[in-house]
Design a protein around this ligand. Structure first.
Ligand code: NAD
Length: 309
């Protein structure tokens, strides 16, 4: 078996090192506030993990626990506090459209997770900067951004091509089309030039910029193709099915494919996938947290820029 297993620890190392150096050499103390308003043990674990990673890189992290009914006011307080540079919320809180409302209560200038409508809209429309002078890059949601960084690290992005077209010619299947990860990821990769088959429980959509990347931003078309049709065509297979019993059928994976799992559960059979894949990334969580901190530094600088102007 010649499969190379690539761990998130290694992928995130250079980002974590850069963050640590930036914070140390510039002698800054960016502050991230995380709101925990649910009883979900997975959220508590993620919060613990965020705290640990922030401590290692020199980011001040404060976990604020509150009831879900107090959360909105607590977010507004943090929005108004100049000592808070970034805000995140551990979702789900209400588990319905109210969570979407809360995502938009977080001020755009402090939204480290990139979940505010402005960022989401800009991402889908391939608008990469917040200002006309192109000095402020838009914040991209952490997990989709982390997956882009994973793909850059393992060499799926072709550095010879110009930025924005570096996935031209690549075919990617993403098994998950949630609003948090799968759909934004499909849009980002298609905007970068890939042909993406986006699979969910109800079927498959194709995200692409057309032949020769003639479109400025991706378009989506329905397809009658099935998983068994698209997996053998795919250079990259990314999966995030939240179920312990789900396994991607290894026999359908193209020989030499890049296989990436972001689900908490192991969507690939570890032994089988290593017989087919050239590169296997079993988890990405550490890269996601590194992107969260990277977004925080970006927002810290934008806030300083705004105060100076
Ligand atoms: P979700 O429930 O919102 O979405 C699941 C998606 O998978 C949906 O699009 C659904 O249609 C699709 N799906 C489910 N079963 C399927 C099947 N059999 N075939 C094809 N598609 C199927 O979940 P989510 O918030 O996107 O999270 C998914 C997983 O990713 C969870 O395990 C979550 O913990 C993990 N996650 C990881 C990170 C990270 O940074 N590592 C971040 C966010 C979420």
């Amino acid at each position: 078996m010649s499969c190379k297993v690539v761990l998130a620890q290694g992928i995130s190392a250079s980002y974590r090192e850069e963050l640590k150096n930036t914070i140390k050499t510039r002698n800054i103390r960016p502050k991230l506030v995380g709101f925990l308003a649910n009883e979900d043990p997975a959220a508590a674990k993620y919060a613990e993990w965020t705290a640990k990673t922030c401590a290692e890189s020199g980011v001040e992290f404060e976990l604020r626990k509150c009831s879900r009914n107090d959360l909105e006011n607590k977010i507004v307080e943090a929005n108004q506090d100049a000592g808070v540079h970034g805000i995140m919320v551990y979702y789900p809180v209400f588990g319905d459209r109210q969570d979407q409302y809360l995502q938009n209560v977080v001020d755009v200038s402090k939204d480290v997770e990139g979940l505010h409508h402005k960022y989401v809209y800009n991402m889908y429309h391939n608008i990469r900067f917040l200002d006309e002078a192109k000095t402020k890059k838009c914040i991209i949601p952490c997990t989709p951004l982390g997956l882009v960084k994973v793909m850059e690290y393992v060499g799926v992005y072709n550095g010879i091509l110009p930025h924005g077209n570096r996935l031209h010619g690549r075919v990617v299947t993403i098994i998950n089309r949630s609003e948090i990860v799968g759909r934004p990821l499909a849009a980002l990769l298609a905007n970068d030039g890939a042909k993406v088959y986006s699979v969910d429980i109800n079927g498959i959509q194709e995200f692409h910029r057309g032949v020769g990347l003639k479109l400025m931003k991706h378009e989506v078309s329905e397809t009658t193709l099935k998983v068994e049709d698209v997996l053998p065509l795919s250079d990259v297979v990314i999966t995030g099915v939240p179920s312990p019993s789900y396994k991607v059928p290894s026999h359908l994976i193209r020989d030499g494919a890049v296989c990436i799992n972001f689900s908490t559960f192991k969507n690939f059979d570890g032994d089988e996938i290593k017989k087919k894949a050239a590169i296997y990334v079993p988890a990405v969580g550490k890269v996601t947290v590194a992107m969260l901190e990277r977004n925080l530094i970006r927002l810290y600088d934008y806030q300083a820029q705004d105060r100076a102007s």
